[in-house]
Design a protein around this ligand. Structure first.
Ligand code: 5GP
Ligand code: MN
Length: 349
């Protein structure tokens, strides 16, 4: 990859002098934002910085064992301390998101900060609010990108076992265990270097994927048997969950992670959605195969964004109305969906 040398110089300069450095993860944190943030945190601490990781809300249980996770500062639980850290930061690293709005609770504080702002991210269409942007959409994950930056900046040997565990979790979760967004050999080359530090990838996989509570597993069953709608002519399948469903299955944050992928794994389905009823909104998770851009759909219609094949957004209508709106939108996208389906399956066969 061709990372501009002046960006690498900039990174080297930023980390060479001890400073107050704030690392920020996005709202509803996933394995990649937490993995990349914690890996950078471990690196910065080792280099003598006063570093902190600020996360808008609590990460899901299946990430809470990660090295350093007990030191994460959760803004929702301690906003005063969070604000203090933003105010006293010399530089702020934005990990795995590209717009201040993605931290939800402290966007304004980030925008108002005079700290040096550095973006490390792989999402489409970054905002123009950073002093330096490492914005590379071709990589699997921000964790992969961070490894490449560290290596290019000459810190390859500083990548410790605990940093590797964090980075591996980012790559593994953002590629669905190496099943999508992983066609570049570089992703595996980086992964091989992480494995060489002695991490136990079988154990890491178990810690993330084999730690379902019974109620989470039953919620998945409910999604697939009672809440799945398939629209074969549009190559679309979606799942919806009401607040009552969540309550009945003792929903914990992270319990719906991965659910949308089941809809996408149905034969001849190339667009999948999960609608989850929250207190004040309907949360959308969108996934696609092939050229159909869910980033565009989420940006245009659901106040969201993401990647071409994985995006999220919100609807402020009722569940019933949101589903009706979504189905009528599908009619607008009908030709594109049909075309995508044909194209995708002719290539896949
Ligand atoms: P998920 O469906 O797993 O919540 O999100 C899928 C992808 O879209 C992730 O890469 C996530 O960072 C991004 N994403 C999710 N929600 C939003 C949103 O509201 N706005 C933007 N810009 N990106 C989002
Ligand atoms: Mn990511």
């Amino acid at each position: 990859m061709n990372l501009l040398s002046h960006s690498i110089n900039y990174f080297q300069k930023l980390v060479s002098e001890p400073a107050n450095i704030l690392v920020v993860s996005h709202y509803n944190p996933d394995g990649d934002t937490i993995g990349a943030s914690l890996a950078l945190y471990h690196f910065l601490k080792k280099k003598g910085h006063r570093a902190h990781v600020l996360v808008p809300n609590d990460p899901p249980g299946f990430l809470k064992w990660m090295p350093g996770s007990e030191e994460l500062i959760i803004y929702q639980a301690d906003n005063e301390y969070g604000n203090q850290l933003i105010q006293s930061a010399d530089s702020i690293f934005y990990m795995d998101f590209n717009s201040s709005s993605r931290v939800k609770f402290f966007s304004e504080q980030l925008i108002a900060s005079h700290a040096t702002k550095v973006l490390i991210d792989h999402h489409l269409q970054p905002e123009n609010e950073f002093d330096m942007a490492f914005s590379v959409t071709a990589v699997s994950s921000t964790s992969e990108l961070l490894f490449m930056i560290l290596e290019e900046a000459g810190y390859g040997n500083d990548v410790s076992k605990e940093m590797s565990e964090c980075l591996f979790i980012g790559i593994m979760t953002d590629t669905g265990s190496f099943s999508y967004a992983c066609n570049r050999p570089e992703t595996f080359q980086v992964t091989a270097k992480l494995i060489a530090t002695g991490i136990d990838i079988e154990k890491l996989h178990r810690l993330v994927y084999d730690t379902y509570s019974e109620s989470r597993m039953r919620l998945l069953g409910h999604c697939l048997s009672d809440r799945l709608k398939v629209l074969p002519e549009l190559g679309t399948a979606y799942i919806w969950l009401t607040r009552d469903d969540l309550e009945r299955f003792e929903y914990q944050s992270g319990d719906t992670e991965g659910v949308v992928n089941y809809a996408l794994s149905i034969e001849k389905i190339s667009l999948a959605a999960l609608f989850t009823e929250r207190d004040d909104r309907i949360r959308l998770s969108l996934r696609s195969k092939g050229n159909f851009s869910v980033n565009e759909m989420a940006r245009k219609h659901f106040n969201g964004g993401g990647h071409r094949n994985a995006a999220g957004g919100d609807s402020f209508e009722s569940m019933e109305q949101t589903l009706a709106t979504f189905e009528s939108l599908l009619q607008e996208y009908k030709q594109e969906l049909e075309h995508n389906l044909l194209n995708y399956h002719s290539k896949a066969l």
